[in-house]
Design a protein around this ligand. Structure first.
Ligand code: ADP
Ligand code: TMP
Ligand code: ASP
Length: 241
């Protein structure tokens, strides 16, 4: 049991709130029920989503730690909260795609469902006002968002996460279509931050290709939290209630 004391709010994002603690190296992440899409244009409260995502994220972060990926995750605190290391976040989103979907189809005119071999890697700037524009390594260097070695570390870690999770989801009958990761600095090292949940990735049932991720919300398909719970269940994530 953690004895950490929750302090002032540091930041309220679209789906999570971040709190200081009495340990200057640690923060508390609160997973809210808010669900947003299209850079915050569409927002709804979905009952249980905060708990499901918090517990799902804890499971995935632990799996990654067990596979030697350094993450910010420290421990679960409650149904909707976990303790993380306080990172100096890099304002860049790293996306790997195993199958074409989403903005890749819109940008390149390819059909959803096309297998991508090798998988593609893309950087986006984390900036809702600018609608998270796609950037490349030169932008990251020129604007000094990260150093060359930090860029290499983010890329290598994102591919490593893909190898680990693609296999784990496959075992659970799910296709990891694509996902987004965020990284930050902790005492000189590049560490995986933020979250890995169905809010930030695409997961399809392997046999039926049914969507089991936030595309259900984006596309108004319904059954959003039910799909997240099914994914959690298949992975053996313990949920409460
Ligand atoms: P957004 O900012 O995109 O609306 P969230 O609602 O998920 O996203 O808010 C969580 C915020 O916390 C994000 O901006 C994320 O970059 C930041 N964050 C996540 N993990 C950490 C961490 N370990 N240290 C500092 N900031 C973090
Ligand atoms: P995209 O197809 O919209 O570019 O998204 C690719 C993947 O990244 C998808 O799994 C959703 C995730 N993603 C986020 O989690 N947050 C974002 O702000 C963006 C742009 C993508
Ligand atoms: N992450 C962005 C949002 O929450 C974009 C998206 O998921 O569609 O609005």
């Amino acid at each position: 049991m953690s004895t950490l004391q929750k302090g002032e709010a540091l930041y309220a994002g679209k789906a999570k709130s971040v709190y200081y603690t009495d340990d200057s190296d640690k923060l508390i992440l609160l997973f809210r029920n808010d669900t947003s899409a299209f850079d915050g244009e569409k927002i709804e409260q979905l009952e249980r989503k905060g708990m499901v995502n918090n517990r799902f994220n804890a499971h995935i972060m632990q799996l990654l730690e067990d596979n030697d990926v350094a993450t910010h995750y420290v421990e679960l605190l409650s149904d909707q909260e976990c303790v993380v290391k306080k990172l100096d976040m890099i304002p860049v989103e790293c996306v790997i795609r195993n199958v074409a979907a989403g903005s890749l189809c819109r940008r390149l005119g390819v059909e959803e469902g096309l297998d991508l071999m090798p998988p593609t890697f893309e950087f986006f700037l984390k900036n809702d006002q600018l609608h998270d524009p796609m950037i490349n390594e030169y932008h990251i260097r020129s604007f000094n968002w990260a150093s060359e070695s930090e860029i290499e570390a983010m890329k290598a870690l994102t591919f490593k996460v893909n190898d680990i999770l693609k296999q784990r989801f496959d075992e659970a009958g799910l296709l990891l279509v694509d996902f987004k990761l965020e990284f930050g600095r902790f005492k000189g090292d590049i560490v995986l931050g933020d979250e890995f949940t169905p809010d930030g990735c695409r997961l399809w049932d392997k046999d039926t290709r049914q969507k089991m991720d936030k595309d259900r919300f984006r596309q108004g398909l319904g059954g959003v939290v039910e799909a997240y719970e099914e994914v959690a269940h298949r992975l053996g994530v313990e949920l409460s209630g």
